[in-house]
Design a protein around this ligand. Structure first.
Ligand code: GLA
Length: 390
């Protein structure tokens, strides 16, 4: 079934390419979405995260052009966009296409010699759902230029360029986790990433459990959300704490004891924001340990603690996310769950024993509908490869 669906998808991608641009594409690129197992809102605090790429992805059939025009079509949106590389700073494209434009801008600013391209995009990563559809698009675009123009850009650098596109061109002040995961992930593994220096290690993820991405089908846009406010609050907490702790550069450097000792320097809100980040970093390290021991009970408990901390201290959950989280935890064989991504909507991820998968899907969809009147979309996901030429 999965193979059939992929073949069908590839066929329509190729057909669309021929319709719009005549002939065949030079390359076909596949860039995955991601879930973050644990480490919510720690990346921009120079902390730790534990994400994995998933088997929902963007496919980009693309060919080089020699006239400096970048022209592409989205099969999902039935919308096309184009811009000239010499006028890239104009932000002239529709919102969805600015991620591609931003990547062209970031590549040129980094000194890479790129030329035009044309291509068709198709995505199975839901938009605004916390599964990194934007990072998948950015990294797919960066990879397209990398391959078509033989740029030999290392994967870590692709991640940095894609992040710069999002922060400085599109204007969403995100951390590095999403782009890094999409660029660097390995099939069957999760990534323990230190967002301070981008050092990372890959850890195998067993087959006895599955993550299920439980979509509330409530959307948010990151740019207009509270995300930027949270970042500022973290910076302010660091600034205030550094009057007593001059060595700190980020919340990553603050221990829970430090925080308690100097609590009087912070308002209640800043204290709780900092407490989330500090305890979440500890949870990531414990989660890596639990995973290596295949201790899914311990891992599930950490996921639940993370969700509570994001809900109460960081305040980025929503009624629908909490309902989904609760429903997931009511199923025997579900070890734990948490919201993933920025929050305020989108997905909860649940860690489920393989044998309980069927009952999990049935129970959680019914329960979520009963309690919210909305339809959930539940997607069991597997750890996938990062961006690749197919
Ligand atoms: C979004 C951002 C990431 C990260 C998460 C929260 O996905 O793009 O950089 O900050 O939110 O963990």
């Amino acid at each position: 079934m999965r193979l059939e669906a992929t073949v069908k998808r590839l066929k329509s991608l190729m057909q669309a390419f021929d319709t719009f641009y005549k002939g065949t594409a030079d390359v076909l690129i596949c860039a995955p979405g991601r879930i973050n197992i644990i480490g919510g809102h720690t990346d921009y605090n120079e902390g730790f995260v534990l994400p994995m790429a998933i088997d929902l992805n963007i496919m980009f059939a693309v060919r080089a052009r020699n006239d400096g025009l970048v022209d592409f079509f989205s099969l999902n949106l039935h919308d096309s966009a184009h811009f000239y590389l010499e006028r890239v700073e104009l932000r002239s494209t529709p919102q969805w296409a600015q991620y591609v434009q931003g990547v062209a801008w970031a590549l040129m600013r980094a000194g890479y010699q790129i030329g035009g391209l044309e291509g068709v995009i198709h995505s199975t990563v839901p938009v605004g759902a916390g599964l990194s559809s934007s990072a998948a698009l950015e990294v797919a675009a960066a990879w397209a230029w990398n391959v078509l123009y033989n740029l030999h850009i290392p994967r870590e650098e692709i991640a940095r360029i894609a992040q710069r596109a999002e922060v400085e061109f599109v204007g969403v002040p995100c951390g590095i986790m999403d782009q890094f995961t999409v660029a660097v992930a390995k099939r069957g593994h999760v990534i323990r990433l230190d967002c301070r220096d981008l050092s990372y290690s890959l850890h195998p993820f067993g087959r006895e459990v599955r993550f299920v991405a439980c979509d509330t089908n409530v959307r948010r846009t990151l740019a207009s959300s509270e995300y930027a406010v949270r970042r500022e609050q973290c910076n302010e907490a660091v600034e205030r704490l550094s009057s007593a702790l001059p060595h700190i550069r980020a919340l990553r450097d603050v221990t829970l004891e430090d925080l308690e000792r100097h609590r009087h320097l912070l308002s209640d809100v800043l204290y709780r924001r900092a407490r989330h980040v500090i305890t979440e970093n500890e949870r990531v390290l414990k989660a890596v340990h639990a995973l290596s021991r295949k201790d899914f009970v311990a891992l599930g408990r950490l996921l639940n603690e993370s969700h509570r901390s994001l809900r109460e201290d960081y305040e980025v959950s929503s009624p629908e996310l909490d309902t989904m989280w609760q429903a997931a935890n009511e199923v025997d064989g579900c070890y734990g769950a948490r919201l993933t991504g920025a929050g305020f909507g989108g997905n909860v991820i649940a860690l489920v024993h393989r044998d309980a998968l069927r009952s999990f899907l049935t129970y959680v969809s019914r329960r979520y509908r009963e309690q919210t009147g909305r339809i959930a979309t539940l997607r069991p996901v597997r750890p996938e490869e990062g961006v690749a030429t197919v």
